[in-house]
Design a protein around this ligand. Structure first.
Ligand code: MN
Ligand code: MN
Length: 302
């Protein structure tokens, strides 16, 4: 499926996915934990990167979603290999650096690693938050185009903090959709993956949309899928998603990676890129190119 697409296009879509994720994080963080009604009352339609929110962010500042993804990306690049130890170590260094935010399940898993060296959290029926899904992008890019590697990397990075069948199913579905979107797949094909997840796990059914956008991974993916399949461009998908409120930085980050991969760099509004933290965008561009180059797809080039 990848042979028909050149590496230049793959690199563009991978970059758009990573930058789109950071934009969704920075945009959504302003309205995180607000309800849809509160957002409408305060902003009408919320659509600009202005910072603030409960974390009192600077405009263009990202949160744990982007930071944890960067932890994974740096671990891969530094080792030139997949290493759960290196990823967990980067999570630990990050947590010790007092990040602006960290979810409870992520914190618990990282602490467990710091105390006991545990690379796989014990199975837990309550660990079905969206923390493993929000950071999976580097694992998806680095495994291109190998579906078996994708599955291994997705679950290994997830289980450091989240070991739960619903979280796993969400990771596998979103990771597969990212592979497809980066390869230039149609929205119909992406839709088939999302519908497949809903067929295997009916709890993920997203039409009719229930209007819940919490940090429970089921609510999170329902919101992202509803808005991505309704939106006609990157901006519509992302604005639709974050205006649902709730865990808006994380629904935004996940929507941004998927819509970014699908629409590519030219689909991302310039005004949003300009508002982003310049250091974060520069690092994302550099690590994304390196992840693509180090992936089986990049290695097969020339
Ligand atoms: Mn966050
Ligand atoms: Mn969040």
């Amino acid at each position: 499926m990848f042979n028909e697409y050149n590496l230049e296009e793959i690199r563009d879509r991978a970059r758009a996915a990573f930058i789109g994720m950071a934009i969704g994080d920075a945009l959504g963080a302003t309205v995180e934990f607000m309800t849809k009604t509160e957002i409408a009352g305060k902003y009408g339609t919320f659509r600009e990167i202005i910072g603030g929110g409960w974390l009192r962010l600077k405009a263009g500042q990202v949160t744990d979603d982007t930071e944890m993804a960067l932890c994974i990306a740096r671990a891969i690049i530094r080792n030139q290999a997949w290493s759960r130890d290196a990823i967990a170590e980067n999570f630990a260094v990050w947590l010790k650096g007092r990040p602006v935010d960290c979810g409870d399940t992520c914190r618990k898993g990282i602490r467990r690693y710091m105390l006991h060296g545990t690379l796989e959290s014990p199975p837990n029926e309550w660990d079905a938050g969206n923390g493993a899904v929000m950071r999976l992008l580097p694992a998806a890019i680095y495994s291109l185009p190998d579906r078996h590697l994708l599955e291994k990397y997705l679950l290994e990075q997830a289980h450091i903090t989240h070991n739960n069948p619903v979280s796993d199913a969400a990771c596998l579905c979103l990771g597969t959709m990212i592979h497809l979107a980066i390869s230039g797949a149609s929205k119909n094909l992406l839709r088939r993956e999302a519908d497949g997840l809903a067929a295997r796990f009916p709890t993920f059914r997203f039409e009719p949309y229930r209007g819940l956008a919490t940090g429970y991974v089921v609510d999170t993916l329902q919101t992202v899928f509803h808005c991505v399949f309704k939106g006609k461009n990157f901006e519509e998908c992302l604005v639709g998603t974050v205006n649902q409120g709730g865990d808006a930085d994380t629904t935004g980050a996940i929507c941004g990676m998927l819509a970014g991969a699908y629409y590519g760099m030219e689909g991302i509004p310039r005004r949003w890129i300009k508002r982003m933290d310049k250091g974060v965008i520069a690092e994302i561009e550099a690590v994304t190119d390196k992840l693509v180059a180090a992936s089986p797809l990049g290695a097969s080039d020339g």
